[in-house]
Design a protein around this ligand. Structure first.
Ligand SMILES: Cc1cc2nc3c(=O)[nH]c(=O)nc-3n(C[C@H](O)[C@H](O)[C@H](O)COP(=O)(O)O)c2cc1C
Length: 306
């Protein structure tokens, strides 16, 4: 028997396979396809304080190597989430980690306080400090001081809710940002959100996306995300949730060995919606193949030949 449970700070998961925010709706949409009990957890789409219509279309485009999206956090707002989505999410037989994005530092804190007061049933809260597609372009996690401050202030108003800081890869040194999140009191960081990119239609001399730029995701970004996770794991300051291009069991094992304590499956949900549950079912075999009897024992076991 392989023990699949993992602990990231105070966040406890019965297995390390999560589904990433924005790629799994609010879970109900996926119910016909996915046995939620087989997942370590679900992270619903980011919610903002007020409803947002999102960016103008087209909002997604497939490139030769990866998907570009500029959804722009289209959502019905926090109160709608609490009233209409949370009652369903609470019934799921797996951990549900809410995901919020504030427009300002103060708004992050107000939203976190509201979730703490009304979000009974959530296993944790992911702070989306890293959406590249929101006009104003406030990418909080490009600045270590801002990252530390938001995490700390959210921590103060959510004393007993596990907090995960979701980081952007669009920085020079992600280790510094992760260290700041750890310092602010994050239970874990998730790395990474999408890489900013663009697509052009040269015949029309137009950008393909209505927002001009978007975030690149999918298998193309796996090596980049893996390196980010490995760098953060070397800090040994905060558990890491790996995300970026994960779609197979081998991808998951690569991330675990490189230092991720858990992973999120994102874009793969669009082209292979049952990937997450199949990977979770196959995980014990891969862990056992490394001679381990618990998944936590393979985390961060990468050795660099001297
Ligand atoms: C269409 C789409 C929408 C997304 N929306 C969100 C979101 O609302 N909040 C968030 O934190 N991340 C969002 N993401 C980022 C993913 O959660 C994930 O971090 C990223 O796509 C990298 O993982 P992947 O390559 O497995 O997709 C979105 C990604 C895609 C492709």
């Amino acid at each position: 028997m392989v023990d699949l449970s993992v602990s990231l700070g105070r966040l406890r998961l019965h297995n390390p396979i999560l589904v990433a925010s924005g790629t799994f709706g609010y879970a109900k949409e996926m119910a016909p396809l996915v046995d939620f009990a087989k997942l370590g957890g679900v992270i619903p789409k980011t919610v903002t304080a007020a409803p947002r219509a999102g960016n103008r279309p087209p909002r997604t485009v497939e490139t030769a190597s990866g998907m570009l999206n500029a959804i722009g956090l289209d959502n019905d707002g926090l109160e709608h989430f609490l009233a209409h989505h949370l009652p369903y999410l609470r019934t799921l037989p797996t951990a549900v980690i809410g995901n919020i994005a504030g427009k300002t530092e103060d708004e992050f804190v107000q939203m976190a306080a509201r979730v703490h007061a009304a979000g009974h049933g959530l296993a944790g809260l992911e702070l989306n400090l890293s959406c590249p597609n929101v006009s104003g372009g406030l990418d909080f996690a490009t600045d270590p001081d801002v990252t530390r401050r938001i995490v700390r202030r959210c921590r103060d108003v959510c004393p007993d809710l596990p907090l995960v800081a979701k980081l952007t890869p669009n920085v020079t040194d992600i280790q510094r940002i992760a260290a700041a999140a750890a310092d602010g009191g994050a239970d874990a960081v998730s790395a990474v959100n999408t890489f900013v990119g663009m697509a052009v239609d040269w015949r029309r001399r137009r950008p393909v996306l209505g927002n001009v730029t978007g975030g690149l995701s999918g298998p193309a970004i796996k090596p980049l995300a893996l390196r980010a996770v490995w760098r953060i794991a070397q800090l040994r300051a905060v558990p890491v949730i790996g995300v970026g291009g994960i779609g197979t069991l081998d991808d998951v094992m690569d991330f675990l060995v490189a230092g991720a304590s858990a992973v999120q499956i994102g874009t793969a949900n669009f082209y292979d919606p049952t990937a997450s549950v199949r990977i979770a079912a196959a995980l014990p075999g891969a862990v056992a193949a490394l001679g381990a009897d618990r998944v936590a024992a393979v985390v961060g076991t990468l050795t660099i030949p001297s």
